[in-house]
Design a protein around this ligand. Structure first.
Ligand code: SAH
Length: 211
C-alpha cells in the first residue's frame, strides 16, 4: 500500500522535493482518517478528524514539508499533531520530531497510530504547543499546523540561529498567510517570506488568550 498516486498528483501541482514526494508515497493517508471519510483519503482536500479539527490538505502538507528544507539531520518541533499525518511525513525527512497536541484524545490516538506504524524517532506530548518544548529546545526547525494571530515569541526563541520556522499566521477564519521565518545566524532580525494564503484552525492555548 501507499499513496503513490497522491504523490504523483502533488508533483503535477508543483511539489518538487523528491524526498517529500517519496515520504508521502510511502504512507497510507487513510490510516490517519476516521473510517467514514476514508474513501476521500487520497483526494487533495482537508478532512474532519473529530474534535473540531482537520487533517490538512495533502498539497499544504507537502508544501510546508518542502519549505522546511529538511536534509535528514534536523530536530523538528511540530505544534498541532492532529491526526499525526504531517508528523509521519516529517519523521521520514529528519532525525527526530517533537510534536505537541493540545486536544488529549487526538494526542492519544496519534501516539498509538504512530507507534503502530513503527516510528521510533517521534516524541509526542499533550499540552500547549504555543509554549514550545523548552526542555528539548533549541530546534533546527519548527512547524505549526494551527494558526496564531502573530508569531509567538516563545517559539521563535526556541529556534536555533540559522533555523527555519513555517507557520500560518492570521485571524481565526480570516486571511491567514503561511510564513517561512529564517532566524539569522548572527541573531539579527529574522527573514520573513510569505508562501501561500491558507486557512488553518486557530492555535488555542495561551497565545489565544493573550491575543
Ligand atoms: N498536522 C495535522 C493538522 C491538525 S489541525 C494533521 O495533518 O492532521 C491542527 C491541530 O493543532 C489540531 O489538532 C489542534 O487541536 C492543534 N492545536 C491547536 N492549538 C494548539 C496548541 N496551542 N498546542 C498544540 N496543539 C494545538
Amino acid at each position: 500500500m501507499g499513496d503513490r498516486v497522491l504523490a504523483e498528483a502533488l508533483a503535477k501541482k508543483g511539489i518538487q522535493d523528491s524526498r517529500v514526494l517519496e515520504a508521502i508515497a510511502r504512507l497510507d493517508r487513510a490510516a490517519f482518517i476516521p473510517e467514514a471519510l476514508r474513501h476521500a483519503a487520497t483526494e487533495d482536500f482537508p478532512l474532519a478528524i473529530g474534535h473540531g479539527q482537520t487533517i490538512s490538505q495533502p498539497y499544504v502538507v507537502a508544501l510546508m514539508s518542502q519549505a522546511l528544507g529538511l536534509r535528514g539531520s534536523e530536530r523538528v518541533l511540530e505544534i498541532g499533531t492532529g491526526s499525526g499525518y504531517q508528523t509521519a511525513v516529517l519523521a521520514q525527512l529528519c532525525k527526530e520530531v517533537y510534536s505537541v497536541e493540545i486536544v488529549p484524545a487526538l494526542a492519544r490516538s496519534a501516539s498509538l497510530l504512530l507507534k503502530d506504524l513503527g516510528f521510533s524517532n517521534v516524541f509526542l506530548r499533550e499540552g500547549d504547543g504555543g509554549q514550545g518544548w523548552p526542555e528539548t529546545a533549541p530546534f533546527d526547525v519548527i512547524i505549526a499546523t494551527a494558526a496564531p494571530e502573530a508569531v509567538p515569541p516563545r517559539l521563535l526563541a526556541q529556534l536555533q540561529p540559522g533555523g527555519v520556522m513555517v507557520i500560518p499566521v492570521g485571524p481565526q477564519g480570516g486571511a491567514q498567510e503561511l510564513l517561512r521565518i529564517t532566524r539569522s545566524p548572527e541573531g539579527l532580525l529574522p527573514r520573513v517570506e510569505h508562501l501561500l494564503p491558507v486557512r488553518f484552525v486557530p492555535m488555542t492555548g495561551e497565545v489565544q488568550s493573550l491575543g
